[in-house]
Design a protein around this ligand. Structure first.
Ligand SMILES: Nc1ncnc2c1ncn2[C@@H]1O[C@H](COP(=O)(O)OP(=O)(O)O)[C@@H](O)[C@H]1O
Ligand SMILES: [Mg+2]
Length: 468
């Protein structure tokens, strides 16, 4: 960027003849040049300019006028490079005061103080102006060539200083930009580190779930075997006891035929001692309870197996979501039973193409969250579902604490939890979100503080092409 050199000079002096002298020294051909310019412009177009740059001299006859000229020049973006300032001006500001004002507005201005020998104590003046590097002293009477050289040198100095400061500015901008880039890079890096950490922890979490699932499946398998023979034995026991009852009845009938009254009395005493009537009532009762109990154990084991079904190949399968919800509900029954009643509003659902154990995981997270949001008063958890076009939906609604509006947008963020350490990891909903997204579904929430919260999942019936 090359701007033309600044040759603008301001002369501040109260003596008009001095202005004449300066004009002769600094713009010797101004008149002539102006005429020439016009002629050249007429001949060659307005671009034509004389080769030599002359000074442009403005006059002010007092300090205040000088200042207003300087301000105007600055406003027009045509600052002066140099000012000659007379030291002694009886009216208004003297030279020193004028210079102070000028520098306050434009510190770049180079200044020559014009003075008679005896005008001032120099030390005092320099002390007062505190800018020895912008100030020269020209003693009267002047020498023409001295004035010319001062003007040449100082306007050039102004240009160089200006250029240096522009470059410094550019350098500053460059440094600022680089710094900005480094800052951004470090932010990006930190973000990447955070994402990696998160992925790792999700991996750990899903590893944990997978191994837990495997464990549960193994235990379920082991328990299944004894459950099988216990329930079949109970069935047999039931049958045998019925036969024994028949036999007992036959013995009772036969008692009348016994001749020995002593034997009859002994049998009666024995019957009373063992409370035979009670046993006959109670034993079938016990067998029935045991059968029920073992059936329940069987159901739990089955649920556990369903729930933790390890999908090592992550295979998409067609599954009935209601079965999944019910077995999940059984698994978490203990968490819920002292806190809430469960209401089911089911509608018939077609099978859905999904990763069943993962959907179960989502439902479990929602039910556990619902139960944890309820308390101390007993509440209600309502599970509903339905079909809408090509989508099924599941809702888990609770009458719990509700979620504050400012938390609402953060609940799906990993590690966001409002629960005490040990109770909440803040991962449940973020994992659930990931699972639902993997199914090309939606998870949404409505909540009112003090009233309750409803989570809704929508899943497409079929995966046109399951997400990886
Ligand atoms: N049903 C709900 N009622 C009220 N707040 C809930 C409910 N479900 C989730 N939240 C809020 O969302 C947060 C994140 O839930 P989640 O990701 O499951 O992590 P965690 O349960 O470990 O805190 C919870 O700490 C809680 O503040
Ligand atoms: Mg949770």
């Amino acid at each position: 960027m090359s701007t033309p050199p600044n040759r603008r000079i301001l002369l501040i002096d109260d003596t008009p003849s001095i202005h004449e002298d300066f004009r002769k020294i600094l713009t010797p051909e101004a008149q002539h040049t102006a005429e020439l310019d016009d002629m050249e412009a007429a001949l060659f177009g307005s671009e034509a300019k004389p080769a030599a740059t002359l000074f442009e001299l403005d006059s002010a006859y007092g300090g205040q006028e000088g200042l207003s000229k300087l301000l105007q020049a600055m406003e027009e973006q045509r600052p002066y490079a140099l000012a000659f300032v007379d030291m002694r001006m009886p009216q208004g500001w003297d030279g020193a005061e004028t210079i102070e004002h000028l520098w306050k507005e434009d510190p770049r201005l180079q200044v020559v103080v014009c003075t008679a020998y005896s005008d001032h104590s120099w030390d005092e003046l320099l002390e007062r102006l505190q800018a020895r590097d912008r100030l020269l002293i020209l003693k009267k009477p002047f020498d023409n060539i001295e004035v010319q050289q001062m003007a040449n040198t100082l306007t050039s100095k102004w240009d160089m200083t200006q250029r240096a400061s522009v470059q410094l500015d550019q350098l500053g901008h460059l440094v600022e930009r680089r710094t900005q880039q480094y800052r951004q890079a470090s932010v990006d890096l930190q973000q990447e580190i955070d994402e990696r950490k998160l992925l790792e922890s999700q991996l750990v979490q899903s590893e944990k779930l997978a191994s837990l699932g495997q464990l549960a499946a193994g235990v379920a398998h082991e328990i299944n075997n004894p459950i099988g023979f216990i329930s079949s034995n109970l069935g047999a026991l039931d049958g045998y006891f019925k036969q024994l009852q028949e036999m007992l009845d036959a013995y009772l009938d036969a008692e009348e035929a016994i001749g020995s009254s002593e034997l009859i009395a002994r049998l009666k005493a024995l019957r009373e001692r063992i409370e035979l009537d009670f046993l006959r009532d109670d034993i079938p009762q016990l067998i029935k309870e045991s059968k029920d109990g073992i059936a329940r154990v069987g159901q739990i084991v089955k649920d556990l197996k369903d729930f933790s079904r390890v999908d090592p190949t992550q295979e998409w399968q067609w599954a009935n979501l209601q079965h999944g919800i019910d077995s999940t509900l059984n698994i978490v029954a203990n968490e819920i039973k002292y806190k809430a009643d469960v209401v089911k509003l089911y509608q018939p659902l077609p099978d859905v193409e999904c990763l069943p154990s993962q959907i179960n995981q989502v439902v479990m997270n929602l039910i556990v969250n619902a139960a944890q949001a309820i308390g101390p008063e007993r509440g209600t958890i309502t599970l509903s579902n339905g079909l809408e076009g090509e989508k099924v939906w599941i809702e888990v609604a609770d009458t719990g604490s509700g979620i504050e509006p400012h938390s609402l947008q953060k609940i799906f963020d990993p590690f966001f939890t409002t629960k005490p350490v040990g109770q909440g990891t803040g991962l449940g909903l973020s994992l659930s979100y990931g699972i639902v997204k993997k199914h090309r579904g939606e998870i949404s929430v409505r909540s009112e503080v003090g009233v309750g919260t409803t989570f809704r999942i929508e899943l497409p019936l079929r995966q046109s092409k399951p997400a990886a």
